[in-house]
Design a protein around this ligand. Structure first.
Ligand code: ADA
Length: 502
């Protein structure tokens, strides 16, 4: 892309997501490299001369070699600039890189910590004034940003008249941060939005603003036949409205951090979010990839840093169905969960597993989450699978923690009806299996959360085609064009009943 600057200026090249490994250049000069499709990144250029310049980005979505996380999988790895790209012109080589907002100071959701991270591209340290305004209040602080470094400045706000953020009243507030130099020149500003809420675990319950909640929702991939993973906002709105129409109050970002615009919509609709890092089914040789832990921990850091202010995100998760059933796996799980706790003390943590008898990490998360497919992959009454989970895992650390069934479901090909035999892949069979699953899982008072696998049918890697008709994962309750299957009304019936029962 050719760009023309009218005057010399510091520049920031900002990408919200490129799939999956990018190298960025300006006028042929290498600016930097970023791995992983599902988190953003930015490169700074302290001063660019006025005139014409060329920005160039190379992106690879190939499998193998440098990526431990992008493998031929039960979802598709698209290639290219999949999310927003922005060019920021700065007034000075210093800017507010982040503004993290944490309600719940002194256990009070209306008392908010506003922590500004100011990045200084100058060689020498710089003093400046930080000003933050919200709800008519303005507070200031002096700061000194070290040369080629970042300063961290915290201001505390009390907003006694503010509404709390709740699913049925998702009140949002904008915090406007400004960076001033020489007393009055505003050299940068950043507006961040959040909702005032606290989320915590108390025994077997998840508490939102001090009240126990139940969770009923969908696993959702970012995928559409017309847009790939680059879902336009209007399509995101439609997905959310379909999930709400089925009575859901939550969505799981299976299996990677999502587009910030989708998370913004969840904030606005009051849809609770389980957001997780990018990892699905990495086992054995794939789990031993030399770059796995480094790439997962980078994804964790970027996920939390970039999505920190979304009130809809009520928990972080890692490593879907990876090696939580091995001693070497436990080391990586513990390191990642410890990393997340150091980055964010305001949200509980979990991971989804299906190792009913062999899981070795149930003492590590705040919430225990299980993926179950009884009567789809194996013949097993759903209630029995739940009994096995409790029998084998309560003694290993699950006891006294909230229990979420993070995946359960069955496949159906949209439009394939078989009302008499009700054979596998028919919409009727999907209804029958989901009915059994819901009946058994909602009968247990131990279960406080349910995520159906999955919201919509999605494209998968060709290597999965022999077990995935149409080279699609067909367990959606709507198909890839968001056309409801027969199970649509069944899911609504059971979600409504589950969320309205004590
Ligand atoms: C697993 C996995 C999902 C999907 C699902 C299925 O639990 O977490 O990504 O592959 O099974 O459809 O079998």
């Amino acid at each position: 892309k050719k760009i023309t600057l009218k005057k010399d200026a510091p520049l920031r090249v900002v990408f919200a997501g490129t799939s999956h490994t990018a190298q960025v250049y300006i006028d042929g000069e290498f600016l930097g490299r970023h791995h992983n499709a599902y988190t953003g990144f930015a490169f700074d250029v302290p001063w660019v001369k006025a005139g014409e310049h060329e920005l160039r980005i190379h992106i690879s979505n190939e499998h193998g070699g440098g990526s431990a996380l992008h493998i031929p999988n039960d979802y598709y790895n698209y290639g290219g600039i999949s999310r927003q790209a922005q060019l920021h012109l700065l007034a000075q080589p210093i800017y507010i890189e982040n503004l993290h907002l944490t309600p719940g100071v002194d256990e009070n959701p209306r008392k908010v910590s506003a922590k500004a991270f100011v990045k200084n591209l100058n060689r020498d340290s710089v003093t400046a004034t930080l000003s933050i305004s919200v709800c008519g209040q303005t507070k200031e602080a002096q700061l000194t940003a070290p040369g080629n470094g970042t300063s961290e400045t915290e201001l505390i706000f009390e907003l006694p008249d503010a509404d709390l953020w709740e699913p049925n009243n998702p009140a949002l507030y904008e915090f406007h941060a400004r960076l001033l130099m020489n007393g009055e020149e505003v050299v940068d500003d950043l507006i961040e939005r959040t909702g005032l809420r606290t989320v915590a675990v108390k025994g077997e319950q998840v508490m939102l603003n001090g009240k126990p909640i139940k969770i009923a929702g969908f696993n959702r991939h970012e995928d559409h036949p017309d847009f790939g993973c680059a879902i336009p906002v209007a399509m995101m709105v439609k997905d959310i409205e379909l999930m709400l129409a089925m009575g859901a109050n939550s969505v799981r970002t299976s299996h990677y951090p999502n587009d910030r615009r989708f998370l913004d919509l969840c904030d606005e609709y009051g849809l609770l979010v389980w957001e997780e890092n990018h990892a699905r089914g990495l086992r054995d040789e794939k789990f031993k990839h030399p770059l796995l832990q480094e790439q997962c921990m980078q994804c964790n850091e970027e996920m939390v840093t970039q999505h920190y202010n979304h009130p809809s995100i009520i928990l972080w998760a890692i490593m879907n169905e990876c090696m939580s059933d091995s001693e070497e796996g436990r080391i990586l799980y513990k390191e990642q969960l410890d990393q997340l706790r150091s980055l964010d003390q305001s949200r509980p943590l979990t991971y989804a597993t299906f190792r009913l008898r062999e899981d070795l990490c149930q003492d590590l998360p705040d919430i225990c989450s299980w993926n179950l497919y009884p009567n789809w992959y194996i013949h097993q009454p759903p209630a029995e699978a739940l009994d096995v989970i409790q029998e084998y895992n309560e003694p290993k650390g699950m006891k006294g923690k909230p229990l979420i069934l993070s995946e359960f479901g069955a496949g159906a090909l949209y439009g394939y009806h078989d009302p008499i035999r009700r054979g596998k892949w028919s919409e009727e069979r999907q209804c029958d299996l989901l009915k059994e699953l819901f009946e058994d899982f909602t009968a247990s008072s131990r279960v406080m959360g349910l995520y159906v696998w999955q919201f919509c049918d999605v494209r998968v890697d060709e290597s999965w085609a022999m077990s995935r008709p149409r080279t699609m994962n067909n367990k959606g309750i709507v198909d890839e064009y968001r056309r409801p299957k027969l199970a649509f009304s069944l899911v609504k019936k059971y979600f409504d009943a589950f969320l309205s029962s004590p």
